[in-house]
Design a protein around this ligand. Structure first.
Ligand SMILES: [Zn+2]
Length: 58
């Protein structure tokens, strides 16, 4: 399981995005950023998010 903590991306947010693959996490994170934070993730930001994804035991 891949996990991204929204807080790690610099948002004051308790949101945790989980998916089975890195690309799914990034897709969900992009939607989350737009819906919740009104932020559109640029390719550069998406690349930074990639570095924040952690592995979590299922
Ligand atoms: Zn968030």
């Amino acid at each position: 399981m891949k996990v991204l903590h929204c807080h790690d991306a610099g948002f004051n947010c308790a949101g945790i995005i989980r998916a089975s693959t890195e690309s799914e996490v990034l897709e969900l994170a992009t939607q989350h950023a737009e819906l919740v934070h009104q932020v559109t993730l640029t390719p550069v930001l998406v690349d930074q998010m990639k570095g924040l994804i952690r592995d979590e035991a299922d």
